[in-house]
Design a protein around this ligand. Sequence first.
Ligand code: ADP
Ligand code: LRH
Length: 485
Amino acid sequence: TDVKSYAAVDLGASSGRVMVGRVGPGSLELTEAHRFPNRPVRVPEGLRWDVLGLYAGVLDGLRAAGVRCGGRLDSVGIDGWAVDYGLLDADGALLGNPVHYRDGRTEGVAEKVWAAVPAPELYASTGLQYAPFNTLYQLVASGPTAQLAQARRLLLVPDLLAYWLTGEQGTELTNASTTQLVDPRTRDWSYDVAARLGIDLALFPPLRQPGDPAGVLLPRVLEETGLTGPVPVTTVGSHDTASAVAAVPAAGERFAYICTGTWSLAGLELDAPVLTEASRAANFTNELGLDGTVRYLRNIMGLWLLQECVREWGAPDLGELLRAADAVPALRSVVDAGDAAFLAPGGMPGRIARACRASGQPVPGTPAEITRCILDSLALAHRRAVAEAQELAGHPVDVVHVVGGGARNELLCRLTADACGLPVVAGPAEAAALGNVLVQARAQGLVGDRAEMRALLARTQPLKRYGPRGDAARWDEAQARLAGP
Ligand code: ADP
Ligand code: LRH
């Protein structure tokens, strides 16, 4: 038939999934083959990813995907969260468990880095926001470790899994752009920055681009998954947010997007980076997207705030919690959802309560009140990011697209429309997997350019629209409470 089957491996910070995408002329259908939790593990030396558990989940998922497709897949693509990596020794074996980006080892490292490369210069060269977990800071933090001394290769997490599946190594560009070691103007390594910080770029295998071939599944992998070979692996936008932005079902260019999952990543798709001092001060990042695009966005703590509370509350039903939060009066208390104080795991309800008290607002007590505070705060941060991105980039928008798991949260979408004062189009929730599938399909000639990919998504995926209501003044007043006395 002329319908092809693609497996998209998508590793989010809260769950991994293997999705099957079927693409034909003018058709696109996505189904879930397998989902598995992604839980950080704390060991005495710090917070780590269970990368072997994730790889086992990927193998289970490929098997499940094969079962749906008669054992035949036309290609596999892998995307995942940014910045983190595994180190390999001279034999190609993994050295230890990849460090979790929420681990505390980069505390105080930024000051050391900025002494060698002043922050404004670093921004002008790499376009990346300051975040303590950027790979650059992680590498400087691990500089003195025995593990780094032994390392001969560094593979970003999706590239590491691709290596285990195929035996081939590469560094995918969109995810490389999150290391803070890439120049967004040349879309190549920032050799000067790396040299001045003593970071050995030879650790990274050569850059590869979304759409490039990435090898074929190894015989042993075919055996374990029951798939019939050969199964090619295709390089996709391996940064999950790059894949998600590729799957924003927008028409034209006047749109903002918010990728809402564990994080909220709010911003614009641009043709060129914005490297101004004002942009740096506002902590906007210039990550790389498909086809020469730049993802100009801000990181907002996102549904992590809620995930952590829900974990602490013993995992109550999310739907019920959101209905109860809907009944709580709006904007009673808000916190700064961009604040790195919320980065580390643990004690989230207490941290939110303290932030409300410190800014002289009523302290939310019940789970419903805390949930409402989180969603109001996220919407407020969305409002600010969407407004500031337009201003800093000189790129006005008429609509906000909300994609990712948060697109399923109707209250969050409604509040975001109200806060931004713009219509919100919500969906698809599995945008990263869809962007992953479409880049594979495009590499095999089934779809055309980005505009065509987006038109196909808009035609085939269920989307929900929210019109803005209410008045901007209420949101301005809430924002003012966070500005301090
Ligand atoms: P990540 O890729 O970062 O792991 P996802 O994009 O999968 O995250 O989003 C996960 C979040 O989506 C959950 O924490 C939850 O808040 C939200 N979510 C998922 N399903 C629903 C739902 N049915 N209703 C409301 N929110 C949902
Ligand atoms: C979202 C994400 C985001 C990064 C963060 C570390 O999953 O990739 O784009 O900033 O994880």
